[in-house]
Design a protein around this ligand. Structure first.
Ligand SMILES: [Zn+2]
Length: 291
């Protein structure tokens, strides 16, 4: 059983018929379809559960609606993404409290800090205020967090170290960092979310490949961040065709294979452990040995 711990199937990219990337015995392939068909295909591939984080106040409402359409399959998290937090109105923050109270919400996310794009100081301050507010919310609701941290590890780690919400755990999603940064998150008790970032060209992902053998298997979660973070596959699929192509959880067997190679263990071990880790961390209401 495979669990995608981070996907955005409520994204507009899946609203109309779309082209998506899949992976099978023959390698990567492109397909076309709509979300219900993709969900069916993923079920057949034993990709059974998904965690769907919110990125803005509006999207949290949509995430809850999508999860209601796929009960017991899509588990919602609610949160405001750092790059979206700068567009939210501070007095609307209480809406997030209400969303977090919805039955079935398993985490607060995705939340964090993102300094990738050049922003004014003012924006960073807003990101910090929203991040801390949402960590407080996680602590109040006793829920783990889904963290998005980009080019801001030093500040994020400093905040997490002093916040009690770290005791509830969480995942640092779409991880790209070095062994040293990984160790700091592991020391705080966090899990590491690994997806398409491990399937990039060597020069982009070398640091992560070096870090993976040092991450205990029981701290790794699988993720795609679909529709984003396509793996590198331009050598088998024409780059022209990859334009407007959505990522999908169907690529997870490729992620599993790469992690297994890097850790020198079997793909089955990776698949089973990552599913158990996700169920345990987010207390997903599913049976681990469900056939
Ligand atoms: Zn995401």
């Amino acid at each position: 059983m495979i669990i995608d711990s981070h996907a955005h199937y409520n994204n507009n990219a899946y609203k109309k018929p779309f082209r998506y990337l899949s992976y099978g015995v023959e390698g990567y392939a492109l397909k076309e379809g709509e979300l219900p068909q993709l969900m069916q295909e993923m079920e057949k591939a034993d990709i059974r559960y998904f965690i769907e984080p919110g990125v803005s106040l509006q999207s949290c409402g949509e995430v809850l609606e999508l999860a209601a359409q796929y009960p017991g399959r899509i588990f919602p998290a609610v949160g405001v993404h750092p790059t979206r937090s700068i567009f939210e109105t501070w007095s609307d923050r209480h809406k997030l409290d209400a969303y977090a109270n919805t039955p079935g919400v398993i985490a607060i996310g995705e939340i964090g800090l993102d300094y990738h794009y050049k922003r004014e100081e003012q924006h960073r301050l807003k990101q910090h205020i929203w991040f801390i507010y949402q960590l407080n919310l996680a602590w109040k609701k006793k829920k783990p967090v889904i963290l998005h941290v980009r080019d801001a590890h030093e500040d994020a780690l400093r905040i997490l170290r002093m916040h009690p919400a770290r005791k509830l755990g969480g995942v640092i999603h779409c991880f790209y960092g070095s062994k040293e940064i990984t160790e700091q998150y592991l020391k705080l008790g966090y899990h590491i979310g690994i997806g398409g970032s491990v399937l990039q060209q060597e020069e982009r992902t070398q640091e992560l490949w070096g870090a993976i053998p040092h991450i205990p298997l029981e701290r790794i979660l699988l993720e795609t961040d679909a529709p984003f973070i396509l793996p590198y596959c331009k050598d088998v699929i024409q780059p022209k065709l990859l334009r407007r192509t959505r990522n999908s959880s169907l690529i997870l067997p490729a992620v599993i294979r790469r992690i297994a190679e890097l850790k020198g263990i079997s793909a089955d071990e990776v698949e089973q452990a990552t599913a158990e880790n996700t169920i345990r961390l987010f207390r997903l209401p599913v049976l681990e040995d469900d056939p």
